[in-house]
Design a protein around this ligand. Sequence first.
Ligand code: UD1
Length: 425
Amino acid sequence: MNAYIIEGGRPLYGTARVHGAKNSVLPILAATVLCQGTSVIHNCPDLSDVRASLAILEHLGCKVARAGDTITVDASVVTGNDVPDRLMREMRSSVIFLGAILARTGAAELSMPGGCELGPRPIDLHLSAIRALGAEIREEGGALHCSIPGGRLQGCEYALALPSVGATENAMLCACGAEGTTVITNAAREPEIVDLQTFLRAAGADVRGAGSSVVTVRGVGGLHGGEHTVLPDRIVAATLLSAAASAGGEVELLDTDYRQLSTVTAVLAEAGCRVRSGPDRVTLRRDQPLKGVRPIRTAPYPGFPTDAQPPVMAALAKGTGTTVFVENMFESRYRHVDELCRMGADIRVEGRVAVVCGVERLHGAGLRAADLRGGAALVVAALGAEGRSELTGLDHIDRGYQELEATLRSLGADITRTGGPLQNL
Ligand code: UD1
């Protein structure tokens, strides 16, 4: 079984690069399906979710190649229009392929993604946006059958009930294949949506407004494909900063955009870390115990990211004072708390609120990751804890962090991985 063995209590020093963003690369790979040519995507991390996306592209008939962190997708010929159940289960975000497959082939067959480790993950907003563009979607026995009765998707004005990241992206992809103009309002404003827009424009699409709450897409027929470099992963950056805050020391992160991290760095600075930011880097120094901070409420971008809540909580579990977390995005996003408590943390959860009373020390323990960011949080806590931790459930962490152990080791952490590297699908 794969496990991390972590001897905690060593401060981290040095410089690390942040890899490309998982949440950018997945929709961009889905977008390549719209292109009747070749797309070249740089700065793609090697993650199990990325491998699952490549498996979907191959299943659809695309030719896919990877050289280092560059992925080439030739979607000149698309022969399939379904995502097999196995790959839907492998990665819940496979639903992001729906809009692109439908726009490219006129039909799509997917199984319902179902719940995930964060609780129910509905896709009603994805489906209603795609229906608004003229698709018919039948939900039958856990499967989605999608077609376009009118022959062509039609541009429309669509207001999202919630600024869902995935639904905004799905609607953008589908709208690229529609006739006329689509205006998506109450769109999510995450940087990864801007990155998707940048790729789509390079591939020949006419998309404007990403990063604001109104995204406008003018259908231009087929896209030709494009070249793009994926933006750095702000959640990986937040995790590494939390690791330095937990273990102490001084860490400089390169290839990171401080503007996208400001809510996280503001919290860590309030907790007593010294944070310095340059255009493409962030440095964090922690030489005093962390202090409790004002309540942290997760919210859509530019609010505090729900994905950074677990690692930041893990850092604040050790220190002085109390911090209240309010998780507004997902129901089951405190699954790391019981494990943190097993390390000596004092955290109480009631509904969407968690109250973290800083303790003087955490101790190593046998731990299990229950989800991606919760798993990363346990690594953060173990690095600052006294003694040895053994963490299993690395398949969750492999979905979003490329060789996390190697990055942390380069900063002086005592962390080893047993049981071999990321497995092929
Ligand atoms: C994306 C990110 C994920 C991040 C999340 C919130 C990817 C691959 N994943 O997930 O890491 O935690 O944004 O920043 O980019 N909702 C509905 N109906 C829908 C869709 C969403 O009710 O059809 C709700 C969800 O239950 C949730 C909220 O909307 O409460 C936000 O979810 P959403 O922004 O869609 O998250 P994802 O795109 O799934």
